[in-house]
Write a protein that binds this ligand. Sequence first.
Ligand code: GDP
Length: 295
Amino acid sequence: MFDELSDKLGNVFAKLRGRGVLTDADIKEGLREVRRVLLEADVNFSLTREFLERVEKKAVGVLQIKTIQPAQQLVKIVHDELTAMLGERREGLKMSTVPPTIIMMVGLQGSGKTTTAGKLARKLMLENRSTRLVAADVYRPAAIDQLETLGKALNVPVYADRDTKDVVKIAKAGIDQGVRARDRVVIIDTAGRLQIDADMMDELKKLKAAIKPDEILFVADGMTGQEAVKIAQGFDEALNVTGVILTKLDGDARGGAALSIYGVLKKPIKYIGVGEKPDALEEFHPERMAGRILQ
Ligand code: GDP
């Protein structure tokens, strides 16, 4: 995960450490390199600029007090600013005081939405929160089968109704079943398309109004970089999402989506997908992630 980004930043700081005492020019040069690395990682352009402005402001202060190990101080500043860029602190799922908590999963087809719904259900079950999945993707016939197969494999109950295409009806019936079973969480897997289209958004808005979810989690393919951020903005404008799950970070050497999505959307990344297996879903902690990038 983020190997390229991590290696390149490591090289920049190794060079600075090698210098010992840092001049103004050394710092400027180092920060120029950090800027290039971030842009190569496909981090949003204006976020990169703001990031460097903040780092530079703090770095000047550090230099003035003629600190020992100035390069190490610079790493710390970059670490803190990376943490801020990634979302500052962990935000967990917002659980409803009256169960079940309703989570709507939204995102484009292929983003990993259905797989992630299964992974999240499994994780919650392991935390002793009984969880039900609801198959509300009625356009792709295989999607219902996929969720049912996943549910069986993970031992998570799945509500599906192949006799109707009315997703509000399906979601409500699934939630009713969850209420009767005293489930803590009901996760609704909604339909995705290959790209954002008005019909899909209308349906999702209608569903949101009808079931009033506690969480609307936007699932994005992390490997698509700025494209993921753009799509996220589209979903957020229409639905006011409550959080993001970035998938496929196991194959993402650059990290541009992870570093930009919070800054652009101001919505927390709640989980990350790091593989195809059911347990490959991790809680997202901004500070830990910054530490991993700068290790
Ligand atoms: P959906 O169309 O959005 O529901 O996408 P799917 O859940 O069907 O996932 C599409 C593909 O991405 C599948 O082959 C998944 O196994 C794969 N996938 C999902 N999440 C991850 C992840 O975190 N890492 C990797 N490597 N593959 C993933």
